[in-house]
Write a protein that binds this ligand. Structure first.
Ligand code: CDP
Length: 248
């Protein structure tokens, strides 16, 4: 699917991320997120190019952003312009990342000495300070409010939206026999007249999620790259096929 748009094209590079670039457009209220094939882990220490990862993530994120928007979560995503470019509202990113967990894995297992795979009795919502130099340390909501990173009402909205996203994603993956173990979300502020609203920004992709096939325990996410479990390009192609019912 290619929705080439004559009206919006990439302007100045505003931000060079690890797997994405952000560009200005002629409209100051909109940006373009460009998905590259780059993959990094351990805060950039491990790097690779993964064939077609950008195209796969661009489409998967659009698919889920539309789904959560339909469930009432305001999103910055507007539409895909082509295979790798996504038109979004320009937001002021809130430097507090939200991780939702349904099953113990990764950082939580390491920190608390819990076995990976242990089911949590309810979704656990965690907060991390978005800082590459500090390696995204875990914080709590009081820290975020006290240091002025987010207002209490913004954190409440983020919490509610994160749980709603979890319900939507969990239901979807469940149907496919895949457990949604955890995922990370980022939010931003948009101005509507003199008011500010919180919207879901960034991406919903297997780069920022853990997805385990229920019948085999196979990892269908970026842990394949982080933990050298196999070929990430092949894994993402397989995931794409399960989501869209066709090859990329
Ligand atoms: O990945 P790691 O074990 O270091 O951290 P985690 O806190 O267990 O990660 C929880 C979830 O958030 C996983 O699905 C990660 O892919 C995602 N995450 C992310 O997308 N970006 C980060 N900077 C940290 C975690």
């Amino acid at each position: 699917m290619s929705l080439d748009s004559p009206e919006f094209s990439r302007g100045a590079l505003l931000y060079q991320g690890k797997a994405k670039q952000v560009y200005a457009t002629h409209d100051p209220a909109r940006i373009i997120i460009h998905y590259t094939d780059g993959a990094t882990a351990f805060n950039g220490l491990k790097k690779a190019e993964i064939a077609d990862k950008g195209v796969i993530n661009c489409r998967i994120s659009a698919f889920f952003m539309e789904k959560v928007a339909a469930a009432g979560v305001p999103v910055a995503f507007e539409r895909n312009l082509n295979d790798r470019d996504q038109l979004c509202l320009a937001v002021d990113i809130i430097p507090v990342e939200v991780v939702v967990r349904n099953v113990v894995a990764g950082g939580l297992a390491r920190k608390l000495g819990l076995p990976e795979g242990q089911k949590l009795p309810a979704p656990l919502v965690e907060h991390f300070y978005k800082s590459d130099t500090l390696n995204d340390p875990q914080i709590n909501e009081s820290t975020a409010v006290l240091l002025g990173w987010a207002k209490a009402w913004e954190l409440r909205a983020m919490h509610e939206y994160s749980l709603r996203v979890n319900s939507v994603l969990q239901a979807f993956w469940n149907e496919l026999g895949i457990d949604l173990v955890d995922f990370k979300l980022e939010f931003g502020r948009v101005s509507i007249g003199s008011a500010t609203a919180v919207v879901l920004a960034d991406e919903i992709t297997p780069d920022g999620s853990r997805l385990w096939e229920r019948s085999t325990g196979r990892h269908l996410d970026k842990d394949v790259f982080r933990r050298d479990l196999g070929d990430l390009s092949e894994t993402y192609r397989e995931l794409y096929k399960r989501v869209f019912g066709k090859t990329v």
